[in-house]
Design a protein around this ligand. Sequence first.
Ligand code: FAD
Length: 462
Amino acid sequence: ASKTPTVIIIGAGMSGISAAKTLHDAGIRDILILEATNRIGGRVMKTQFSGYQVEMGANWLFGGGPVHNPVLEMAEKVKLKTSLNDYDNLTSNTYKQDGGLYPKTLVEAVDKVALARDDFCAKFSTLLTKKVKRDVDISILAGQRLFKQEPKTPLEMVIDYYHNDYEDGEPPKVTSLKHTYPRNEFVDHGEDPYFVADPRGFEIVVQYLAKQFLSSLKSDPRLKLNKVVREIIYSNNGVAVKTEDGSIYKAKYVIVSVSVGVLQSDLIDFRPKLPIWKRLAISDFSMTIYTKIFLKFPYKFWPTGPGTEFFLYTHVRRGYYPLWQHLENEYPGSNILFVTVTAEESRRVEQLSDQEVEAEVMAVLKTLFGNKIPKPEDILVPRWGLNRFYKGSYSNWPDKYNQQRHDQLGDPVGPVYFTGEHNSNRYIGYVTGAYFTGIDTADDLLGCIKNETCRGYNNQHL
Ligand code: FAD
């Protein structure tokens, strides 16, 4: 039998791999990574669609800012193929609900207000953080109202969607102003959106990180794939982790890197039950759904050429198939379009069959481009919310959720440590957030292993 490892890491997404590498680099080599699926990468996930690799999960990474972005650096090292997206063309490509474009000058005017509103929200958030009590927060929508420029018309709504929901995955009404504005990912790493379109997928970056400390992604005994953890039994003496196939793994500590959506579900049973402060911190946070619906056509019927990459569709129902992108720049001749929906629309779409989604999407496209357009040859509808290993796409900070609760979300309980994108201090929701939080959690645990100052045994919250 193999020796009992010091640390078990549950999940081989960006945060789990980054935590494992940090432990390895600090000399803790007897680790074991248990991953539910047959691959590493987690929500950084490519798939084959009609002969092209498309990203079902994370797609953009950001650059051009004043702070070094280690994920971008790794992407450069592996020569990840990306293209710089240009959203400026959205104002020329905004369609009305019944078809036909809005005049560019009108959309530009609405966008100008949205930009001023963002600016106000960022400044007001900074003010709240500096001047007002620690736990005072408002929603982004409340911030917009303070600015006296709440979006109301369908056109204002779709522009607001692009500025907020498209990034946060949830509407301004439920999103924290203080913990979302200013958007640290852009302030630090830059606003240049690099869109990944590489046959190896964005996940090559997670693989690259894993290869720094694993001898092989297939046969290193420290990585076990297809191991679905169902139970974590913990005490002062250590942990026992049970998987769906009946195996039991023991260790002194465990790092749990599954999404907050998975923690909210009944997939993993903690014994004893996690303390109430921990369960509240988990159940009160928000896991959203962000869905990219891909469609492959026999030929193009949408505008192509410079300045056409994105278009917006306006509808009285906020978030109804609002933001479209073609892949001609990345994959010329692919004839692929994709449309993004989020939050409640994603939840609704996930309940429909692919045929039903196709019918809705085609009705929109026919309104814009006429009844003669061809049927799609293929459709891909990712269902992140229904997938038991993700239960959503990424987390979003709700307006009523305070900093203390967020600290508790990341706090260890005895020998059980927590990591993952949702625990990030600055980049919640992003791959960079997952990367940094993996390092932070591992450092916290290293403090415990090496100095015997273990926060997991000291934090007696209410
Ligand atoms: P995960 O990647 O979820 O890793 C956790 C791992 O745990 C997974 O591999 C999972 O399979 C495994 N697991 C779950 N349950 C169990 C169990 N019971 N037993 C064992 N293993 C288990 N980020 C960006 O930076 N840019 C983007 O453009 C972007 N767009 C996104 C679009 C979508 C549709 C999605 C889904 C995500 C997007 N993100 C984006 C977010 C980004 O992908 C995540 O923040 C990041 O990958 C999360 O990494 P993680 O390690 O925290 O979690």
